[in-house]
Write a protein that binds this ligand. Structure first.
Ligand SMILES: C[S@@+](CC[C@H](N)C(=O)[O-])C[C@H]1O[C@@H](n2cnc3c(N)ncnc32)[C@H](O)[C@@H]1O
Length: 384
């Protein structure tokens, strides 16, 4: 564990799930810069923290009873653990942990924004928070230089009010924004969630609608790996329990429910926006009589051992390689535990990622169901 030293105290912080091999800190220079900026401006009134990655800001500012708003189950879990480790039970209980899907406070006096990776998520959240801002709300954003673009500043300008940036310090920058009631009170023209229609030639979901909340994976169009997966999905038998693991907008699990209405589908993702999208996609395509569950969790943390017949997974990629490798491994080991003997894990992935090696190590066997020059669909069976 590493120590985050601030003028408000020293805090031992970890990411979630805690991993002793993890050399990455649970905060960065942008958190440090923001806290230094607040040293001579003690926040008062309702303090909202948007996008606090691992709870470093919530832990340091716990005495102000902040409201943390996060899209991530992992971030929320890290915040809980960091608060429990560094704060008294009463201080920790004073921090409200909301998801991006919860109603935000009606009145916000201080808004601190750790710039999220997704511009769409920032747009959506600023639009949701704007009605609670008033002319005297202190609004400060923070992020690494590489995360703050002209488009980021334009969003603050458009939704909140006049915006300027600080000098860069240790490659971090602050954003200062003065709320303009004419902008914060303006109606939202293109609200999230947004729906698109799927192409034809992809099996059960051909030509069907898919609903996307802001910031989720492939919110604007179908991913080519997912497309390949949809063309090669298994046919579960009878009342099979199927898990759409890392469900995103739920297109994979909904395809199973449309083709096999007697199956029960569990949708799970670490993004609250994704879980809400999956539920909306499912409701837009499947009748109320089909059984389904929608869970936010880390990999299969919300699914009981040996309760599933089939797990379908398009593991995350793109972000930090070592981290996403670990996530894929957690998903595969979680799937092995969640499957009944004889149950199957089906995975789609880029060929070069070499998932078959891991699956063979875990399950003993791994078969290629389909492949094209870019992707493979793999099947691993839990030994009986
Ligand atoms: C490549 S996307 C696949 C989304 C969807 N299944 C599809 O094919 O369009 C991977 C998904 O895994 C989710 N994810 C990332 N880390 C996770 C974790 N630790 N536990 C559960 N889901 C996670 C992401 O939020 C994302 O929705």
């Amino acid at each position: 564990m590493k120590t985050f030293s601030t003028s408000r105290g020293d805090f031992g912080l970890t990411r979630f799930p805690e991993d002793s091999r993890d050399q990455l800190r649970a905060w960065d220079a942008s958190d440090e810069y923001l806290l230094r900026h607040l040293e001579d401006r003690e926040p008062s009134g309702t303090l909202v923290l948007l996008g606090d990655r691992w709870g470093a800001l919530a832990t340091a500012l716990a005495a102000h009873r902040p409201v943390q708003i996060s899209d991530s189950y992992l971030a929320q879990s890290a915040t809980r653990a960091n608060l429990a480790r560094n704060r008294t039970a009463a201080e920790a209980a004073g921090v409200a942990l909301l998801t991006t899907q919860d109603a935000p406070p009606d009145r916000i006096d201080v808004l601190l924004v750790r710039i999220p990776k997704s511009l769409a998520l920032l747009e959506d959240q600023l639009q949701r928070l704007a009605p609670g801002l008033h002319a005297d709300t202190l609004v400060v954003g923070t992020g690494m230089v590489t995360e703050i673009h002209t488009s980021t500043l334009k969003l603050f300008e458009r939704i909140v009010g006049p915006t300027r940036t600080s000098l860069a310090v240790k490659k971090a920058r602050l954003i200062f924004c003065t709320p303009d009631p004419a902008r914060t009170g303006a109606p939202v023209t293109e609200p999230w969630p947004r729906t698109y229609t799927l192409p034809t030639g992809i099996g059960a979901m051909s030509g069907r609608p898919v609903v996307n909340h802001a910031g989720i994976f492939c919110a604007e169009r179908l991913d080519i790996g997912t497309r390949f997966f949809l063309q090669h999905l298994p046919r579960p038998r009878g009342r099979a329990r199927v898990v759409d693991l890392g469900c995103g907008n739920g297109v994979v699990g909904t395809a199973v429910a449309v083709a096999h209405p007697q199956a029960e589908v569990v949708f799970t993702d670490e993004s609250f926006q994704a879980v809400a999208s999956a539920e909306a996609t499912f409701r837009a395509n499947v009748g109320r009589d089909v059984e389904a569950a929608f869970l936010a969790g880390d990999a299969l943390s919300g699914v009981e051992r040996e309760s599933a017949d089939l797990v379908l997974n398009n593991p995350p990629f793109h972000t930090h390689r070592a981290l996403t490798d670990r996530t894929a491994w957690r998903m595969f080991t979680g799937a092995r535990a969640a499957l009944r003997p004889g149950g199957e894990l089906w995975v789609v992935g880029n060929r070069h990622l070499g998932y078959h090696v891991r699956l063979r190590r875990l399950f003993g066997t791994c078969e290629t169901v389909a492949s094209n020059p870019k992707f493979v669909v793999l099947r691993a069976v839990k030994p009986a």
